[in-house]
Ligand binder design. Structure first.
Ligand code: RP5
Length: 160
């Protein structure tokens, strides 16, 4: 079973990460949601990462804010691809989250998206694109999604 894990560091990340699960729902991609704080639940995090492959997770989406260790530490514990979503923090508007997720040293990659809502949505789309490499149904839905988006952009000109 190939599915996606949507992991976040805190329940306070959910309003952003829900935008990712909304897209996974739209693409009928199977996923599980988890709250795993890197600094409050380090042992749970390690076990989750180590068991990600045997639990059938083809891709992990990890959203975290502030000193956002979660995506990097998950990536350190699995060879499944990890997509990091920088949550928009209050103090530094997500720049802290972005820099701490994107600046992974060589050897353990995290595919980092934009800060906040665009990043959460794109993380789900990227996960769908990875699944689409071997799942024709998801590939077809992605093509439809792109066509609809293009059409909406074309139509928007008429609203001037
Ligand atoms: C991070 O700290 C979480 O990902 C969250 O974005 C941030 C604040 O967490 P809370 O203090 O709201 O639980 O671990």
């Amino acid at each position: 079973m190939r599915k996606v894990a949507v992991v976040m560091g805190s329940i306070s990340d959910w309003s952003t990460m829900k935008l990712a699960t909304d897209i996974l729902d739209e693409f009928e991609v199977d996923y599980d949601r988890h709250i795993i704080s890197a600094h409050r639940m380090p042992k749970v995090l390690q076990k989750f990462g180590e068991q990600a492959q045997e639990n059938g997770y083809a891709v992990l989406i990890a959203g975290a804010g502030g000193a956002a260790h979660l995506p990097g530490m998950l990536a350190a514990n699995t060879i499944s691809p990890v997509i990091g979503v920088p949550i928009e923090s209050h103090a530094l508007h997500g720049m802290d989250s972005l820099l701490s997720i994107v600046q992974m040293p060589s050897g353990v990659p995290v595919a980092t998206t934009a800060i906040g809502s665009a990043g959460a949505k794109n993380a789900a789309l990227l996960a769908a694109e990875i699944l689409a490499l071997t799942d024709k149904k998801v590939a077809e839905k992605l093509i439809e999604f792109r066509q609809k988006q293009t059409q909406e952009a074309i139509e928007s000109e008429k609203q001037f």
